[in-house]
Design a protein around this ligand. Structure first.
Ligand code: 13P
Ligand code: SF4
Length: 338
């Protein structure tokens, strides 16, 4: 079933697409970090490369990157970076997005196993069947999708601008929103629009439970709550905490914490963001509501793999030109909408 009760044209994936066989390397020895980071900076200069890192990456990767941010910020930087090589410390859909937006650049992903359970929750064949069942609908895809799925979409969005993207679509158009059901449900609530929502989820955010937030809210009643809209607990948390709950993208959390006068924040998203929050809002206290909220895919990139990516020119990401041309239309709409 889709969330509007219609029958799907293909089996719907209400499963957690966990990372299964992904083996996360153990934490590195901090004593080795400065030398590796210096080597990486030198290689990046030599190869005219810019290093981009998502806020869920390991702290030592964030510290060596030229730019750290959320999906929207990094997409915008990838689209306009002057360097001839982009090394993406993130997951594969991010590197694909960078390649689509900058087709003449070399885009490297340090570990090809860095996938995404949410992106895996819909295939292009499933999307084609779904579209066939809802002819004339506007397709809005979260950026956490494959290039082939983006190519079948009218708009892409990220958690930073999903609301603005929905608001930009004429009110009389039916919208298919995919693949994250929790983001879709939150969008229905804040836009007042009826969406037809695919039942996909991110295994990390789906694992953050309302009880995690309720328990911390009880212990820290004066703390502000920062919640990513991919979280399975979003709607119940709004019921628990009302106006104290701030539903934000990862970059939105950073900006909010920098500006807020509060000194303690409860954070409901992947724990890699804590490093960035602590860097950008020093002196404030950030408490993860669930310390187990770890994206194994994001933790695959180590300093050694980043160094080798630059040294050996691996792993180069390519997107077939015809797919890229169609996906670019949806992505450029995403980049253009604030
Ligand atoms: P943002 O960084 O865009 O908030 O998305 C979170 C995420 O899950 C990225 O994979
Ligand atoms: Fe994908 Fe979830 Fe990992 Fe983000 S945190 S990359 S949505 S699996």
């Amino acid at each position: 079933m889709t969330l509007d009760g219609s029958t799907p044209a293909a089996p719907m994936p209400l499963t957690a697409f966990g990372p299964g066989s992904v083996v996360v390397p153990p934490p590195g020895d901090p004593a080795t970090f400065p030398a590796l980071q210096a080597e990486i900076r030198e290689l990046a200069r030599e190869h005219n490369a810019v290093v981009l890192a998502h806020s869920y990456e390991r702290p030592e990767i964030q510290d060596v990157a030229d730019h750290v941010g959320d999906s929207l910020r990094l997409s915008r930087i990838a689209a306009s970076a002057p360097e001839s090589t982009i090394v993406f410390c993130g997951v594969s859909f991010m590197a694909e997005t960078a390649k689509i937006l900058s087709p003449d650049k070399r885009v490297l992903l340090p570990d090809l196993a860095a996938g995404c359970s949410l992106a895996d929750s819909i295939t292009v064949e499933q999307l084609r069947s779904w579209k066939a069942e809802h002819r004339g609908a506007v397709v809005v895809s979260y950026v956490n999708t494959s290039a082939a799925v983006k190519a079948e979409s009218d708009y892409c969005c990220t958690s930073s601008n999903a609301r603005a993207v929905i608001d930009a679509i004429p009110a009389d158009r039916r919208i298919l929103f995919l693949p994250d059901m929790f983001l879709g449900l939150w969008l229905q609530r804040v836009t007042g629009r009826k969406l037809t929502i695919w039942l996909g989820e991110c295994h990390v955010h789906a694992g953050i439970r309302p009880s995690d937030v309720a328990e911390w809210h009880r212990r820290e009643p004066n703390a502000e709550l920062l919640i990513h809209p991919e979280c399975g607990c979003t709607s119940q948390v709004i019921e628990i905490a009302g106006d104290e709950a701030h539903i934000l993208s990862t970059e939105g959390m950073v900006t909010y914490a920098e500006r807020s006068s509060a000194d303690t924040f409860l954070v409901a998203t992947e724990v890699g963001i804590l490093h960035r929050l602590e860097q950008k809002a020093p002196g404030k206290r950030f408490v993860p509501v669930n310390r187990e909220a770890v994206c194994q895919y994001m933790k695959l990139t180590t300093l050694e793999k980043l160094r080798d990516a630059l040294r050996l020119g691996v792993h180069e990401i390519d997107v077939p030109a015809e797919v890229a041309a169609r996906a670019r239309v949806a992505l450029e709409r995403m980049i253009a909408i604030a």
